[in-house]
Design a protein around this ligand. Structure first.
Ligand SMILES: *Cc1c(COP(=O)(O)O)cnc(C)c1O
Length: 515
């Protein structure tokens, strides 16, 4: 049972005789400066012999001044990076409820497999005869991605979801050009609720984006799509389940309309984790869809680490897939790298063949779950999201009434308005409670959106604590305890930042004080 306590930010740490510590550290949480601030140029972590006299051949290019690199002893550099890593929030540290991002636990088995020397220590320029096992793993993974999606081909090289979108749009562009319609078909329809990467990818591929509004229930209306589909239509980009956490119930009809108009159906499959093992996009009429291995198949992401966004393609688009791709012949596997072997391919979108480590992790996740386990992961993700929804719906409003959701639950700011607080105030107060906030202000179509995706990783106990904390915060907001929110976070190493200024005026270069 959690005790209800009135929160007093002034009282936080008030028993301490000092408000500020000498070092700036808080307990064992240390303040870490930039490496340039703490390092001393004369210091080094290694002993190097003085070089013998030599004559350089750099001419006028020889450096005239010291490089100004920070110098630290070995333990100092070790500590610097370990301390920095502790400032990062991670799925290994707690629930990470970011909607649309699918922050699920990365099973350690996957890590062990990815570190096997035969996968971890290979080089993309190694002779293909020496990496047949790695190529076979890519082929097996590709096979199961096609089986799970009911599609005919898959491009493995895209490095992330957005990259996969660009790949899909380029395949569509090549298919349209092959029909001689590239001058006529320029329009890509994108629903208002789409992830920002969708219109960006269409634009990068040279298309013109036209937005389609959603119905009040958050899904797309075939009549609205029909009205915008003409001889100038190249494709629709539809997210399913969509970014409101809802399954597009008219998706089959939408696909038929798009195809009748001579256009292609791109599906943003970032949310495939909600439907894997339940629905095959190929059966819904999808022509191209990226799969975020780093979401659905649990490979680590966040903090800019590597992702992988394979794109499954229908038979209509398969001939236009990018190189390289794998082919198996009597000599084993070989990579088709050149247009001479794949004349309709739209070309290459990345150096080399994909993210090997991500492939190994995703494949390990698939094999360790099996078909029934993957289906259950999708079911549990949906169950967890609906559990959160059911436990909070009496306090927090949602935009679509009392409707079941898929893998993520969406709340809006209607319930907060009478309190004078905003979505960002509520999210920041969660940090003081030790929770990473949910995704806020996305999707853009919902005012003050709060999108929670618990994933299947969370136990009931972990969800119950999360829900209890949110209920406590929501009740405090309704009681008018605004102080708990407006200055939050009070307990984090950094308080509320001016995020707009940070984005508009990023200071990315350290300048030596007085230098
Ligand atoms: C995450 C996501 C993307 C982009 O994927 P990245 O791998 O981050 O590029 C696109 N669409 C939706 C709906 C997403 O959730």
């Amino acid at each position: 049972m959690l005790m209800q306590q009135k929160f007093d930010p002034q009282a936080v740490g008030s028993e301490a005789p000092v408000a500020k510590t000498f070092t700036g550290n808080r307990g064992l949480e240390t303040e870490e400066g930039l490496i340039f601030e703490t390092g001393r140029p004369e210091n080094t972590g290694v002993d190097l012999d003085e070089p013998l006299p030599f004559k350089h051949r750099l001419g006028s290019l020889e450096r005239q001044e010291p490089a100004g690199l920070p110098g630290l002893s070995e333990p100092e550099s070790m500590r610097h990076y370990v301390r920095l890593s502790r400032l990062n929030y991670a799925i290994d540290a707690g629930i990470y409820p970011l909607g649309s991002c699918t922050m699920k636990h990365n099973p350690r088995l996957n890590e062990a497999m990815a570190r096997l020397p035969g996968f971890a220590d290979i080089h993309p320029l190694q002779p293909q005869s020496t990496v047949q096992g790695a190529l076979e793993l890519i082929a097996e993974l590709a096979h199961w991605l096609m089986v799970m999606t009911g599609m005919d081909a898959v491009a493995m090289s895209p490095r992330a979801g957005a990259h996969g979108e660009a790949c899909g749009m380029m395949a569509i562009k090549a298919a349209i050009a092959a029909k001689g319609e590239d001058q006529a078909r320029k329009i890509v329809l994108v629903p208002e609720s789409a992830h920002g990467t969708n219109p960006a990818s269409a634009a990068v591929a040279g298309f013109e984006v036209r937005t389609v509004p959603a119905r009040p229930d958050g899904t797309l209306d075939p009549a609205e799509v029909m009205r915008r589909l003409g001889p100038d239509a190249a494709a629709i980009m539809l997210t399913n389940p969509n970014t409101c956490g809802l399954f597009e119930k008219d998706v089959v009809e939408l696909a038929a309309l798009v195809h009748e108009a001579g256009a292609y159906f791109y599906c943003d499959g970032a949310n495939f984790n909600a439907i894997m093992g339940k629905t095959r996009p190929g059966d819904l009429g999808v022509d191209a869809m990226h799969i975020n291995l780093h979401k659905t198949f649990s490979t680590p992401h966040g903090g800019g680490g590597p992702g992988a966004g394979p794109v499954v393609l229908s038979s209509r688009l398969a001939p236009f897939a990018p190189v390289p791709f794998l082919r198996r012949d009597k000599g084993g596997f070989h990579l088709v790298e050149h247009k001479s072997e794949a004349p309709d391919s739209f070309g290459r979108i990345a150096a080399f063949h994909g993210q090997m480590g991500m492939f190994v992790r995703a494949f390990a996740y698939m094999l360790s779950h099996g078909a029934d386990g993957l289906r259950q992961a999708a079911e549990d993700a949906v169950l967890n999201a609906n559990y959160v929804r059911a436990c909070l719906k009496d306090l927090m409003s949602g935009p679509f009434g009392d409707r079941l959701c898929l893998h993520e639950v969406l709340f809006d700011e209607t319930w907060l308005r009478p309190t004078g607080l905003t979505t960002v105030d509520f999210a920041k107060a969660m940090i003081d409670e030790g929770f990473h906030p949910m995704t806020i202000y996305f999707p853009l179509v919902v005012h003050g959106a709060m999108l929670i995706e618990p994933t299947e990783s969370e136990s009931k106990a972990s969800l119950d604590l999360f829900i209890a904390a949110l209920r406590d915060l929501a009740l405090a907001a309704k009681r008018g305890e605004t102080e708990r929110f407006v200055g939050a976070p009070y307990l984090a190493p950094r308080r509320r930042l001016d995020e707009t200024r940070a984005a508009r005026n990023p200071i990315l270069k350290w300048k030596k004080p007085g230098g």
